[in-house]
Design a binder for this molecule. Structure first.
Ligand code: SF4
Ligand code: SF4
Length: 121
């Protein structure tokens, strides 16, 4: 299995409690938070409940979402239903590589943009 180099540290308890995926998917959904309005439309379509609400980039009073890339099964349902077309489906390796740049705010301990390119901790 390809190592998730975007992982920054231990997962928050509520997320760590969610069931693990059985195998590595071919594709990953990555939220491009630059275009996300926080409308939550994608959340209801996710069969494994791996889309999390995250405080906004500019203000805590806004919200955006992120995909937990360690639980996404790559079904693409969220991507098909996002009204703002801001969920690219990427190959597993490319998704892990691009996640810190596209998903700026994370509660799943993905690395932040400023951490991208630094060695995994
Ligand atoms: S459907 Fe698209 S715009 Fe709405 S919360 Fe999900 S990713 Fe963001
Ligand atoms: S691709 Fe499927 S499993 Fe992954 S976040 Fe989107 S709806 Fe959930």
């Amino acid at each position: 299995m390809t190592e998730n180099l975007a992982r920054k540290g231990p997962r928050p308890p509520l997320i760590a409690k969610k069931p693990e995926r059985k195998k590595e998917p071919r594709l990953l959904a990555i939220i491009d938070q630059h275009g996300c309005t926080g409308c939550e439309a994608c959340i209801v379509f996710c069969p494994v409940d791996c889309i999390e609400i995250v405080p906004g980039v500019e203000s805590q009073f806004q919200q955006v979402v992120e995909v937990d890339i360690e639980r996404c099964i790559g079904c693409a349902l969220c991507s098909k239903h996002c009204p703002w077309d801001t969920i690219p489906m990427l190959s597993y390796e490319e998704g892990i590589r691009q996640a810190p740049e596209l998903t700026i705010k994370s509660v799943c301990n993905q690395k932040e943009r400023s951490d991208a390119g630094s060695p995994a901790s």
